[in-house]
Design a binder for this molecule. Structure first.
Ligand code: NDP
Length: 443
């Protein structure tokens, strides 16, 4: 049995009940085969792959808080500090009822390669809790965030581990957590990113993941002789990533026709009215169904279905495993030419392979959604400098970073004889830097 297969088998045996983690490891290690084959003896001696799939540290802790009825509640908190070979641990916090250790490990593992691809000095980590902010009052959110940070603050720091937002964690939650960290530690430092602009946040961080996704997409399309202008785009999700991906796609002349949330999805053939969506989601924290109040001619459907719409480009921006084989078949049948992942691992392995085999340009999330963490790293730089850059400066740096990530991924894919296989290219380019750093630092 080859080295890659041995390690995949070990991961499955050692981490039972963590299917998302197994999926992420398989996806990455399978595409690293050409590199591993070329260095097998050295990697085996150094147990490089075994070390890569084992987090440096994983924390699991009790989060206790009191709800508005005066009743005590208990959730489980997690932080997986996966790999610090190239910099302090960095990665978001997810608050959602379906969070468990396996989900956090899959996200932390992906984060290692994503962070490496940005070219910035950040290691990989991820955290969160099975607490679901939906339907909770502001006071309950604050109580939860303070309790969560009371424990987490022992293990993080501006040069140690710098968490950020993810699903369910936006500016409000980061604010409460930052306040609690400062109160307990007595130090004002850039320990979290995605902070508010009045206390160390970076301009363009809110927009960064969605904008970065479309910068990457635009570069990939140009490289393949396609103009984004005039293209019809299907987007899933209606959160931070989906909203700003829609905004940038519209700015570049594309027409976005769908958005969704966990209850249903809207189809607006005339193009999504983003101001309406921002008001529903960012101001009122409502449901996407309310879109019909603004645009009565649009259609709303309960459940899933975004990928059944005819489009040139699909941008999955909601959650993991939301684009499956049947969805991929529908996209291909409808003439879709490109899929770029805004969410983390939204496309299953079978769906990814089907899309690639049918000539669809496929941008893997660890490359195409890296703009968020890259801009978080720029926030860390500004905090260290005690300076704030303008929106235009940050946005220009973000654009350069995304173009570079595309080029690195395309170059690695070509070097290993599979041009246009950006999954392979991104995994290899992300891995090489981390592997070199791990080997240099010894056992
Ligand atoms: P938000 O919480 O802002 O939005 C998430 C959106 O996806 C919401 O519309 C939500 O619907 C929907 N959604 C979440 N879970 C499910 C589900 N199980 N089924 C259907 N719909 C679901 O999160 P973000 O936009 O920040 O994150 C979206 C994705 O992008 C995630 O995969 C995240 O890891 C990834 N990502 C985010 C980055 C960032 O900077 N924010 C950076 C890189 C990646 P509802 O409101 O009903 O819950």
């Amino acid at each position: 049995m080859g080295y890659v297969d041995e390690v995949i088998e070990q991961v499955i045996a050692k981490n039972p009940g963590e299917p998302e983690f197994h999926q992420a490891v398989k996806e990455v290690l399978n595409s690293l085969r050409p590199v591993v084959d070329a260095h097998e003896e050295e990697y085996r001696r150094e147990a490089l792959l075994e070390r890569l799939v084992e987090p440096e540290r994983q924390l699991k802790f009790r989060v206790q808080w009191v709800d508005d009825q005066g009743k005590a509640q208990v959730n489980t908190g997690y932080r997986v500090q996966f790999n610090s070979a190239i910099g302090p641990f960095k990665g978001g916090l997810r608050l959602r009822d379906n969070v468990n250790l396996g989900v956090i490990k899959f996200l932390g593992f992906e984060q290692i390669f994503k962070n490496s691809l940005t070219g910035l000095p950040i290691g990989g980590g991820k955290g969160g809790s099975d607490f679901d902010p939906k339907g909770k009052s502001d006071r309950e959110i604050m109580a939860f965030c303070q309790s969560f940070m009371t424990e987490l603050c022992k293990y993080i720091g501006a040069d140690v581990d710098v968490p950020a937002g993810d699903i369910g964690v936006g500016a409000r939650e980061i604010g409460y957590m930052f306040g609690q960290y400062k109160k307990i530690k007595g130090v004002f430092e850039g320990v979290l990113t995605g902070k508010g602009l009045t206390y160390g946040g970076s301009l363009a961080r809110t927009e960064a993941t969605g904008y970065g996704l479309v910068y990457f997409l635009d570069e990939m399309l140009k490289h393949n002789g396609v103009d984004i202008k005039g293209k019809t785009v299907a987007v899933s999700g209606a959160g931070n990533v989906a909203i700003y991906a829609t905004e940038k796609a519209q700015q570049l002349g594309a027409k976005v026709v769908t958005l969704s949330d966990s209850t249903g999805w809207v189809y607006d053939p005339e193009g999504i009215d983003l101001q309406a969506v921002k008001e529903i989601k960012e101001v009122r924290r409502g449901r996407i169904k309310e879109y019909l109040n603004y645009r009565p001619n649009a259609q709303y459907t309960d459940g899933k279905g975004v990928w059944s719409v005819k489009c040139d480009i699909a941008l999955p921006c909601a959650t993991q495993n939301e684009l499956l084989l049947d969805d991929a078949k529908a996209l291909v049948a409808n003439g879709c030419i490109a899929v770029a992942e805004g969410a983390n691992m939204p496309t299953s392995i079978e769906a990814t392979e089907y899309l690639q085999q049918n000539g669809v340009l496929f941008a893997p999330g660890k490359a195409s959604n890296a703009g968020g963490v890259a801009t978080s790293a720029l926030e860390m730089t500004q905090n260290s400098e005690r300076l704030s850059w303008t929106f235009e400066e940050v946005d220009a740096k973000l654009h350069d970073i995304m173009v570079n990530i595309f080029r690195k991924s395309a170059e690695a894919a070509e070097r290993y004889g599979q041009p246009k296989n950006y999954v392979l290219g991104a995994n290899i380019a992300g891995f090489e830097k981390v592997a070199n750093a791990m080997l240099a630092q010894g056992i």
